[in-house]
Write a protein that binds this ligand. Structure first.
Ligand code: PEP
Length: 259
């Protein structure tokens, strides 16, 4: 089955709502100049929550071929959860994707697989595609236990989703040691773990679901490394952090994903 490559730009806690408008405009122009075909490669940006309304206004007003999402979502419905953002609010803002279980949330907010799974369920219930992030820390990689570590996260984080929902979801393999460090995984390392993730999805939900689910690599992806990573058979795209803040660099990564 041909899976449409997906490139997601995670802005993290960078770019306020004023700067977001110029970054999205610049990205849209750059992609247009590069004759980007949105049917061939899907592109999503993940601005901070406070930018989403501005990004929505721009994307809808200028009819930009660009999707946008959020970096986190509450597992709870609207109510007494101070500081949290309900999935239904994101749907109203035109959000299509949301990362759940990013390693920075697992680290700084103590998020575990059970919470990540509940967030994925809340996203799906609101019609939003969850991008479920998994990945091993350096000591686990050094001990050679990276595949088992990641598969345990996959089992726990996808636990609440049925087969159809997993088929439509995205899993992002992001080794913690590669995020924001400049140390990108080799294409072979990325392929090993992405293939293992797909195989596990197949064991749990069957081959058709394994064929459909998109598995991304994330961790210090740049335009210089993107093509060889995405040439791997089980790497369907990239979750890009730092490099997504530069429109030209991000557009070049999108170009490298062209089948
Ligand atoms: C990320 O934030 O998910 C990420 C992969 O960051 P970077 O590309 O900067 O390593």
């Amino acid at each position: 089955m041909a899976r449409t490559p997906l490139i997601i730009g995670n802005w993290k806690m960078n770019v306020d709502h004023v700067a977001a408008v110029s970054l999205v405009q610049k990205l849209a122009w750059t992609l247009k100049d590069a004759e980007h075909d949105p049917a061939a490669v899907q592109v999503v940006v993940l601005p901070p929550f406070t930018d989403l309304r501005s990004v929505q206004t721009l994307v809808e007003g200028d009819r930009l071929d660009l999707a946008y999402g959020a970096q986190d979502v509450s597992d709870a419905p609207p109510g007494a959860r101070t500081g949290d953002i309900a999935a239904a609010f994101l749907t109203r803002l035109g959000v299509t994707h949301v990362t759940v279980g990013h390693s920075e949330r697992r680290l700084h907010h103590g998020e575990d697989d059970a919470l990540v799974a509940a967030k994925a369920v809340a996203a799906v219930a609101a019609g939003i595609t969850p991008v479920v992030c998994v990945g091993e820390p350096l000591e686990v990689r050094r001990a050679g236990r990276h595949v088992e570590h990641v598969l345990a996260q996959v089992d726990g984080s996808l636990a609440g989703l049925g087969a159809e929902q997993v088929a439509a979801a995205v899993v992002a393999y992001e080794p913690v040691w590669a995020i924001g460090t400049g140390e990108v995984a080799t294409p072979e390392d990325a392929q090993e773990v992405c293939a293992a993730i797909r195989q596990r999805v197949g064991q749990v939900h069957g081959e058709a679901v394994a064929d459909a689910v998109r598995v991304l690599y994330g961790g210090s992806v740049k335009s210089s490394s993107a093509a060889s990573l995405m040439a791997q058979p089980d790497v369907d795209g990239a979750l890009v952090g730092g490099a997504s803040l530069d429109a030209a660099e991000f557009a070049a990564i999108v170009g490298a994903a062209r089948p």
